[in-house]
Design a protein around this ligand. Structure first.
Ligand code: URA
Length: 243
């Protein structure tokens, strides 16, 4: 049994570590809240300090959203109507990552709600899930004017937000939709036609790139490849959720 001094020393060390992580922008950790009674350390100040770090995933996402709203790392905030953080289950096993909000998304502040979004919804339902089961977001959180492709500097500026979403949600599988997320997450050299359907990894998370739904709307014959990729995603999800 640890003495009070040992306990407080460990708690202080832990607090220091958490504060160190906070410097890097980490605001949440996957630590369950302590039992309601009987487990508080004696030093209530320390306990309050530690507890502040532990948000629920939904709270952590809400906090992240405030940072996106305030973000001035690139000029896209000047031309947006609404930022688009993302939506879905805050602890989704599957995360879809697209390129950037389009016109409809910019107007509504929600991801994938236009024509490509309607196809994405069907793709999600085709593997037995709903939009509420998964998390949907983009590399960029603001719309580039006239839907032009994102600039590399915009991708670099916005990627830390996706990193934080991944840290909060902790999906088992990422499905990258199209060339922009495939390049942003796997390297600028990758070609979506080459890597689609392959099982890769991003920061230890399984990643399957597939075609962007907007491309599938323009090239319906490519849907059969996307369907194959979605079946790969589905198989990975059942492997990762089996005991
Ligand atoms: N295309 C994307 O890449 N993202 C959206 O949210 C909508 C269309």
């Amino acid at each position: 049994m640890a003495t009070r001094d040992e306990f407080n020393a460990t708690a202080r060390l832990l607090k220091q570590r958490l504060e160190g992580l906070a410097v890097w922008g980490v605001r949440e950790l996957p630590v369950p809240r302590p039992a309601a009674s009987g487990s508080s350390p004696r030093d209530p100040e320390l306990w309050r300090g530690m507890n502040r770090q532990v948000d629920s995933p939904a709270q952590a996402l809400a906090r992240l959203e405030q940072e996106v709203i305030a973000c001035r790392r690139c000029p896209l905030y000047r031309t947006r109507t609404h930022h688009v953080l993302g939506e879905g289950h805050p602890r989704a096993k599957l995360m879809f990552v697209g390129e950037a909000p389009g016109r409809e998304e910019d107007l509504q502040g929600r991801p994938f709600v236009g024509a490509a979004g309607r196809l994405l919804t069907k793709m999600i339902e085709a593997i037995g899930l709903t939009r509420q089961d998964v998390y949907i977001c983009n590399i960029l959180k603001d719309r580039p004017p006239n839907n032009r492709p994102p600039e590399p500097s915009e991708v670099e500026a916005c990627l830390p937000f996706l990193e934080r979403q991944l840290a909060i949600i902790q999906p088992a599988v990422i499905c990258a939709l199209g060339a922009t997320p495939a390049k942003a997450l796997l390297g600028a050299h990758v070609a979506i036609t080459k890597v689609r359907g392959q099982v890769r990894e991003y920061r230890g998370i399984l990643l399957v790139p597939t075609f962007h739904p907007a491309y599938l709307l323009r090239n319906p014959p490519a849907k059969r490849f996307a369907w194959r990729d979605l079946k790969t995603v589905k198989a990975l999800l059942s492997e990762t959720s089996s005991p």
